[in-house]
Design a protein around this ligand. Sequence first.
Ligand code: GDP
Ligand code: PGA
Ligand code: MN
Ligand code: MN
Length: 573
Amino acid sequence: MLITRLLETGSIVPLPKYKNCYLATSSPSDVARVESKTFICTADRREAVNVPKAGVKGQLGNWMSPEDADAAIAERFPGCMKGRTMYVIPFSMGPLDSPYSKIGVQLTDSAYVVCSMRIMTRIGNQVLEKLGSSSSEGYFVKALHSVGWPAEGHPAQRSQWPCDPERTIILHKPEINEIVSYGSGYGGNSLLGKKCFALRIGSSIARREGWLAEHMLILGITDPKGTKRYVAAAFPSACGKTNMAMMRPTLPGYKVECVGDDIVWMRFDQKGQLRAINPEFGFFGVAPGTSRTTNPVAMDTVFENTIFTNVARTSDGGVYWEGMEDPEPGVTITDWLGEPWTPGSTKPAAHPNSRFCTPASQCPMIDPHWESPEGVPIDAILFGGRRPKGVPLVYEAFDWKHAVFIGAAMKSEATAAAEHKGKEIMHDPFAMRPFFGYNFGHYLQHWLSMETAVPNVKLPKVFHVNWFRKDDQGKYMWPGYGENCRVLEWILLRIDNEPGTAVPTPIGNVPTREKFDLEGIQVDFDGLFDVPVDFWKNEIEEIAKFLYDQVDEDLPEEIKEQIDNLLKRLNSQ
Ligand code: GDP
Ligand code: PGA
Ligand code: MN
Ligand code: MN
């Protein structure tokens, strides 16, 4: 068994406190996605990435010519797996019996990757059988991965976590549905079904086929009357998708069930209903901050059949991370780098981007329809991010074009999920900045075209949420987590077109006080929903500059109109 091999080589250690759980600790230079080394390779540059104005550095993806990509591959791959085992993993993104699913085959020289792919995707003979059947046209995405170590002429890294950070490169060829990833074992760079296939190659297939591949969670929410709705939500990495997907609502009578926590594939059916599947089979979730109080459901999911990466270890064979309940007295902690750790230590015990990789089927609130081949019906889409200032708890788009503009204008504080440093507020349109598989201008056009995707299209309502607004003392103004169901309750009222629920502001509709349930919590309603005009004038100016600079000739007229309209609304305040 591969686990035994990983244990023998010291790549993972057992966690005897739990059932079938293991801990891997990576090289300190291989802990997150590397956006700067990730490329989309097409013959025509403008297909792959938006072309910024002269002198402006593009922020929405990197392009490489197929020739340069092939040269990069030729420099790295020959002999790179010499003397080691290469594994072949046929995998399905999406339930095997779903017409929306797609198949991939990954080659890799990492047993850690095989064990993780087995959790994150549906793998094995069942996939090969489907691939061989006529209905799937024998078509699959080719995914090649090597950790790139030991490579001739390149010095040894830590042998427990082979990688080649200096020469890491992640290449996507959407025209021929191929992925080549070299040098990194970190999940987002090495589990090629996830970001590389389901988002980058996926979004490009989706454009051709008329659907959407997005960085979104999916949840089902049942109200006290028993009506169930599904909602999808796009937040940048480490901004709350997994938590929201597993939310335990604090309002009585509500029930939330989880369909997926990171990626959605969705399309309008012939009746005009938007339907979504989760192409994944597991959760690759951020560990720090996960606790009995913040996310009890995750805590009930992850202590069986789970691979942890870069969390801290306890002397009683368990795991520990920042925000988790303290271990029992007498239990000592070893940090993710293998050093003794105490609460007084200046460095974190777990890496801020440490992760659990766990089967979705173990989630106690997994939705009964999470593997439905036809997908679940989506009635609302949420966009959101970490916005300490100026952005209300929730606001609603006026219409579809405005909704697409809100997605395009998304920004969020940088997190540990990628290589960015500090807490800079970055543009992250649709939470897809690191994941676009094609030109963002074309992507906007594709989203706009959904308004007429099918006759009788039933467009979902679209909202922007922000759990992360801070007061002048720097404290979060909103309790978040399970209390976010109060926002969902209001969203359900909006879906049902309840009268008296919203008032317009220049940026969108916000809740009326009467129809927003604050019973049992102490919050500053006015502060949470304030739309400061000066802040927003600056904001729109900055967003307009970003979109014009970055997307330039490919910026759709509809988006330019949205910018002008918002400016007019702000100026008439
Ligand atoms: P994902 O990467 O988008 O899936 O984000 P996660 O759900 O893993 O959350 C990332 C981090 O944000 C964790 O440390 C969470 O504890 C924290 N977080 C999630 N939801 C909330 C919330 O509603 N309020 C606050 N303050 N933090 C949250
Ligand atoms: P996340 O997924 O969105 O849950 O952080 C991993 C990633 O985006 O790198
Ligand atoms: Mn993600
Ligand atoms: Mn997540």
